[in-house]
Design a protein around this ligand. Structure first.
Ligand SMILES: Cc1cc2nc3c(=O)[nH]c(=O)nc-3n(C[C@H](O)[C@H](O)[C@H](O)COP(=O)(O)O)c2cc1C
Length: 215
């Protein structure tokens, strides 16, 4: 990965609609996405991977009136992922996490797994009743997964463009997401840039003095 290049380029707002991510590359990216860590291994996400014309058009048509400028990005991207997050943490979700950890042999012995499950429940109770930010906390995990996926895409030579410009109620409705217990958090368009339309100006970020405190 060329970090210098990554640091000096704008995110791609314009994709080349004629190019598709090869399946092998996509599978590698999704494999990486699946491997991304989340706090307490809560894995609060479900991902809708849109690659068909029908899927992309359904998303583009349901971004909401004020976000129409993102429709072209979705339509020309090779793939767009709808990253959804659980609206809450029902017992059956926790059961599924713990059952998978046991099946995968995450901990060397049953006592450690049990301790882990106790600690996880304790931490979740803190989020739910103490910090009262259970959903917000889960969405933070979603953003981290997205950030890691953006880096993995760069490594694979794929452009990744996060999109917050959409109406989540409208997208949830279009894909019948809410009935599943999840809700849309953010979109990630993936593909190859339309070079003729890429911004060539310098990127603008704060100076290090404003950002870093060394102690
Ligand atoms: C989480 C996130 C969501 C974004 N959502 C949108 C969006 O919906 N539409 C859009 O055109 N740009 C979107 N952007 C692009 C940002 O506006 C852009 O990265 C920022 O202004 C910096 O510009 P640069 O990438 O050209 O340096 C988003 C970026 C991030 C990180």
């Amino acid at each position: 990965m060329d970090l210098d290049k990554l640091m000096s380029k704008h995110l791609s707002r314009y994709f080349d609609g004629s190019r598709t991510i090869p399946d092998e590359t996509l599978q590698q990216l999704l494999k990486f996405l699946r491997s991304a860590p989340t706090s307490t291994n809560i894995q609060p996400n479900h991902f809708y991977v849109l690659s068909t014309r029908e899927g992309k058009e359904r998303l583009a048509a349901n971004l909401g009136e004020r976000f129409q400028d993102n429709a072209e990005k979705v339509l020309n991207a090779s793939h767009t992922i709808i990253l959804t997050t659980r609206a809450d943490i029902p017992e059956h979700h926790l059961d599924a996490v713990f059952a998978k950890e046991r099946a995968d042999g995450r901990f060397a012995d049953a006592a450690k797994q049990e301790r882990w499950e106790f600690m996880t429940r304790d931490f979740l109770n803190l989020r739910r009743y103490g910090y009262k930010d259970e959903y917000h906390w889960m969405e933070k995990q979603t953003y981290m997964v997205m950030g890691l996926t953006m880096m993995a895409a760069a490594e694979l030579g794929v452009e990744a463009m996060p999109l917050e410009g959409f109406d989540p109620v409208s997208v949830d409705k279009a894909f019948d997401i809410r009935a599943t217990g999840y809700t849309t958090t953010v979109l990630l368009a993936l593909g190859y840039p339309d070079e003729a339309k890429q911004y060539k100006t310098p990127v603008s970020r704060f100076e290090p003095e404003r950002l870093f405190t060394f102690a």
